[in-house]
Design a binder for this molecule. Sequence first.
Ligand SMILES: [Zn+2]
Length: 485
Amino acid sequence: MSRYSELRDLLNSFEKDFIKFYEKGNKSAGTRVRKEMNEMKKKAQEIRKEIQIDSLRSFCYFDGFKAASAIPFVDGPGVPLHFLTGHCMLSKMKTLTIVLLPLAFSLGFKGEADYKKLHFESVVVDTHNDVVQRILGGEDISIRTHHGQSDLPRFREGGLDVEMFSIWVPPEKTAHSYFDQADEQIDSIDSFVRRNPREVGSARTAEDVKRLVKEGKFVAMLGMEGGHPIANDLRKLEHFYRRGVRYMTLTWNNSTAWATSAKDETDPEAKLTHKGLTSFGRKVVRRMNQLGMMVDVSHVGEKTFWDVIKTTRKPIIASHSSAWALCHHRRNLKDDQLKAIARNGGVVFINFAPAFVDSTFAEKENAMLKTNKARIDSIRATIRGDDFIRDQYTAEQLSREYEPIRPALAKLIDHFDYVAKLIGTDHVGIGSDFDGIHVTPLGMDDVTALPNITRELLARGYSEGDVKKILGENFLRVLREVERH
Ligand SMILES: [Zn+2]
């Protein structure tokens, strides 16, 4: 038995006792735990001599040693002991820190290099990014843009292999139709791909993704956010499929004529003539199934959601939504919805928006915006461009004010953890919403921080296999199933 597995066994049995001790108040387990802590300390000192420790953070990646993820300085204060519910007091955590820290330092087997290795060798997919709006505003994302949350150099740095760029037409009235505007947005991604032939490829199938990733390319795919551009016409839906759109979110915050949104379904002022899918809406879902376009239920209302579940014959996705149980936001999915997606074989891709992640954020943000109202008004008055660009610029100007209210990274990881525990690791993925959100959780400033998800999932005890599923394999599975006729 190697020193590594020797320690792993010890720690596994320690963990069982530890849970009994703290969760159930079992005193005899407590005595045993204390004894074992002392033994471990001794062993740790021996092993410390044998092993080169490569970094301060490295200890928390020892996969048998979940308790280490609780040590507060791993990611700022407040990182919870994920398996201790209810009885974990700060003083206990402090004791734990003092006792376990020397041991922790000795466990540098799966260090920084290891989580990065796993991250960079995995196929990493993000199903929602709104940077197209910045491209339309005149930015070139082929080069480092030094603002916003993504561009090609930063996609590469974050180990991202596949991005699904969101084709989203804002509801403000313009002279151009939704259809034309969506087409123009697709053109902008096409030209981004064409201008970077050595680095970027565009994929329409899971096979394309596999090939391009093998060639070392960054893969661009398209998702349409809101079904408005199809203009109630299945031929236009087919047009967008031919142009490479591989999912369509049936609504945005505004409903389509054939599907109602979460916003409208929950707004008493919305004066809806129907709720859910109309018979044409059901035709859209069935046609998407036939074409091999993923049906996306992010943004849709609950009635629409359940109508989709009844109608679809293929797995569905939520391209950028989080868990309602942790944060009651209308854009998040309730437990029965999550379970229905699992039964359907689909995947929920977790959204990073602070308002969807942290139930206290909206209130804090409103208070902050109120305090700074005069300044915000004067900032906005100086910016030309649409609301999206204004909001983004304003948030950048307010970064110092946002800093204290940004949720901790652990709050975001809690959503991955919650969904994985409720419906299984086959049904979770990443749907960042980068460049569609103006503020991000701490430790997730932009797309370059994606490896932190890998690090944190490993720290919470997820196996490398499960992490790979969450990072991208679940997406590829659903895409393949939807492609199948
Ligand atoms: Zn959205």
